[in-house]
Design a binder for this molecule. Structure first.
Ligand code: 5GP
Ligand code: MN
Length: 351
């Protein structure tokens, strides 16, 4: 019996397409450039670090005449210390002068995994002042169209690292993505999709992953280096936070952590230790939307997540002038911890 095969009916997101104009523009910039800078957002995550390192490695291999400076507004987080360029990524705070010089002296600046210059925090002023050609490669909604000369923005694509894979293939061919660059780029694929699990998981993600794995990288090792990294203290802090700092509002299918500076000091934990804590809110079967509000000196960091229908990108923007993605967004609140919690819970209660 002949079995009829079901045809692939996917409409979106096989691979992003780049116009000849975009590709020629980037090639032209690089052929004539002597200095380049590669930069991403503050409080860098795996996608920011991975895309900065991956692109930097490829640019150096392909354009030996080009001096490429990689930088992050507050440096490379310790958890990514095992990655190839971790020791040389400049820190916008502690290496401010060198970053400023590299940005203002660059012929071309690649901005990755962010949509507006303020996300570059300590580096935003020098970036804006720079006369370099500014190329944005990103997957967040609503890029600032005034701030860049070329914008490659693909909100349907899982991660900036995935987008860098497709852009590199289109610009230079698959061989350009070396095993070392692939290790870096795989980190962003892995972290921005929660391990190929979130709703941004689409066919092109697996195609990009297949290309990277085929270079000979070790996904299991990368997985260990990304996930199994807690100190005992951090794990015990998670236990404390779940027991003492978590409020569950079942009526509105909402749960949030509020973490004071006192608690952070008491456990000796910092922002990087709180990375991922917000996801614990969504482990509860009847919770649709979760938040983490973390007190800092004179402000609070807000992280928002949702499972199905809640658009937390709009929520972050509306309440705190933040942003991100539909199901994962963040913001900085100028209010106190208590005021921030109230603003958020009032909003949830009136939805
Ligand atoms: P997280 O909650 O992990 O810090 O961030 C989740 C998402 O929201 C990320 O895609 C990140 O880029 C975005 N995001 C985090 N903080 C901010 C912020 O202060 N402003 C904006 N516009 N986006 C943010
Ligand atoms: Mn990203």
């Amino acid at each position: 019996m002949q079995v009829e095969l079901q045809h692939n009916t996917l409409e979106v997101n096989l691979k992003p397409e780049f116009s000849m104009g975009q590709l020629c523009y980037i090639r032209g910039l690089l052929d004539g450039a002597r200095r380049a800078a590669v930069v991403s957002h503050t409080n860098a995550d795996g996608d920011a670090v991975g895309s900065v390192m991956g692109l930097t490695l490829m640019l150096r291999a392909l354009y030996p005449q080009l001096e490429v400076t990689a930088m992050l507004p507050d440096g490379c987080p310790a958890q990514f210390g095992w990655m190839p360029l971790s020791a040389e990524i400049l820190n916008g705070r502690t290496d401010a002068e060198r970053c400023h010089e590299a940005l203002t002296g660059a012929d071309v600046v690649f901005v990755l995994d962010l949509n507006t210059p303020p996300r570059m925090e300590s580096l935003a002023t020098a970036f804006t002042a720079s006369r370099a050609a500014k190329v944005l490669v990103d997957h967040h909604h609503s890029p600032d169209t005034e701030a860049f000369d070329l914008i490659i923005s693909e909100p349907l694509i899982s991660s900036t690292c995935e987008l860098v894979v497709w852009l590199a293939d289109a610009l230079w061919g698959e061989e350009a993505v070396s095993r070392e660059a692939a290790t870096c780029l795989y980190v962003g694929l892995r972290t921005d999709t929660g391990g190929f699990a979130f709703s941004n998981t689409q066919p092109s993600l697996y195609m990009a992953a297949a290309q990277l794995v085929a270079t000979g990288i070790d996904p299991a090792d990368i997985n260990n280096r990304i996930l199994n990294t807690f100190s005992e203290n951090r794990l015990r802090f998670y236990g404390y936070a779940i027991s003492n700092c978590l409020t569950v509002d079942r009526e509105h299918s909402f749960a949030y952590f509020a973490i004071s500076l006192d608690d952070q000091r008491h456990f000796g934990v910092g922002p990087e230790d709180m990375e991922g804590l917000v996801n614990y809110t969504l482990l509860m079967v009847d919770i649709e939307c979760g938040a983490l509000i973390r007190e800092e000196e004179n402000r609070c960091k807000v992280s928002l997540r949702s499972k199905y229908t809640t658009d937390v990108n709009s929520m972050a923007r509306q309440l705190f002038d933040g942003g991100g993605h539909t199901k994962a967004a963040g913001a900085t609140s100028k209010l106190t911890l208590q005021q921030t919690v109230k603003k958020l819970t009032d909003h949830i209660a009136t939805r």
